[in-house]
Design a protein around this ligand. Structure first.
Ligand code: KG4
Ligand code: ZN
Length: 336
């Protein structure tokens, strides 16, 4: 069975074909980074227009790369939220139109749930598993009991972790997108030069807060005189975030142990999971608990994760009608 997945919730126009046997037949991504770079962040209207321009090209390429035609596709899965609503509408409408024209099922996918389940596309992980979901818009820790059952253990009280990478990069003058830039600077700077705060890390819960850390970076940046000082500050920020993530993973592992929730694995997914410094820290923290991360290409936004959640839902005959409304906000596990 072949599922076509379409993603357009932020600044990537992506399409992929995935089979229920976990084969990724194609996975194409058009990144809008160059369109948004002059603004040092994603501009919703610019994003929506760029999706509209590229979506047909990307879907066609996904089919060509997979060596398939639309007649071979069994269902179309489209991101229907959460995200920047203009872009979501473009992708969801395109996905619905294909399903309508080919008389095949349409599956409305929650982008965050797709990140949460993406690791099952490349690894054989059974439910339940512990998950840190760390992206540009979200930062949550949960136990994933099933494709539609998420037990939230904690979440950010302010910025998401990806947002904090992006804001810190911008305020230090390193530009957009912040995550990969800061990760690179970690290797060029002195990670021990600045002692930065780790908000919420004296508390034994699984909530996060990043705005105080960002303010501390802002204050420290005013004392930076050379560009090397700024690199050192970026490196110190990266180190601090990795330590925060490890601390919170430990809290969550302890919670599962205390509550006798028998998790099969610990996972991090979402764009920030592409960060190798954070991955290494988490792997150490997990000790004997098997630790998994999707491949880097499946951490940031992509169509394969949308198609894969489509495949998981197809197996359960979970389809949606064509009047499904795109949602700018759509919490994890909200079944509508
Ligand atoms: O999952 P994603 O592609 O989009 C959302 O659903 O938000 O995540 C994007 C976020 C951005 O904030 C970006 O800076 C961050 O993921 N990111 C990273 C890395 N690559 C992307 N953060 C840290 N290190 C990276 N290597
Ligand atoms: Zn995402």
């Amino acid at each position: 069975m072949y599922i076509l997945g379409i993603e357009s919730s932020c600044d990537e126009t992506a399409a992929a074909v995935v089979s229920d046997r976990k084969e990724i037949l194609s996975n194409v991504i058009y990144s809008q980074i160059e369109e948004h770079r002059p603004y040092s962040g994603v501009v919703p209207e610019v994003a929506a227009r760029a999706h509209l321009e590229k979506i047909d090209v990307m879907v066609k390429k996904a089919l060509t790369d997979a060596n398939l035609s639309l007649d071979d596709i069994d269902a179309v899965a489209g991101t229907c939220g959460p995200g920047l609503i203009g872009g979501v509408i473009v992708g969801a409408t395109f996905a619905k139109s294909l399903a309508f024209a080919k008389k095949i099922p349409f599956i409305a996918v929650n982008h965050i749930e797709a990140h949460a389940l993406s690791v099952r596309l490349t690894e054989d992980i059974e439910f339940p598993y512990l998950l840190i979901l760390a992206s540009g818009g979200h930062c949550q820790i949960c136990v994933v009991h099933d494709i539609d059952h998420f037990q939230i253990l904690g979440q950010t009280l302010d910025d998401s972790v990806g947002e904090s990478f992006d804001k810190v990069s911008k305020l230090l003058g390193f530009g957009y997108p912040g995550g990969p830039i800061i990760e690179k600077l970690y290797h060029e700077g002195d990670k021990d030069k600045f002692a930065l705060p780790k908000p919420m890390c004296s508390k034994g819960n699984c909530d996060f807060s990043f705005s105080g850390l960002k303010t501390a970076v802002l204050n420290a940046s005013q004392k930076c005189v050379s560009s090397q000082d700024k690199k050192d500050l970026a490196a110190s920020f990266q180190k601090t975030v990795a330590e925060i993530m490890s601390f919170k993973m430990k809290q969550a592992l302890n919670f599962c142990f205390d509550q006798e929730i028998k998790i099969n694995a610990a996972v991090i997914s979402g764009g920030v999971a592409a960060n190798l410094v954070i991955r290494e820290g988490l792997k150490k923290t997990c000790g004997t608990v098997p630790f998994f991360v999707p491949p880097v290409k499946l951490c940031t936004d992509n169509g394969a994760m949308i198609a894969w959640l489509g495949a998981e839902k197809f197996r359960r005959n979970e389809f949606n009608s064509l009047d499904f409304q795109p949602r700018p906000r759509w919490p994890l596990g909200d079944q509508i």
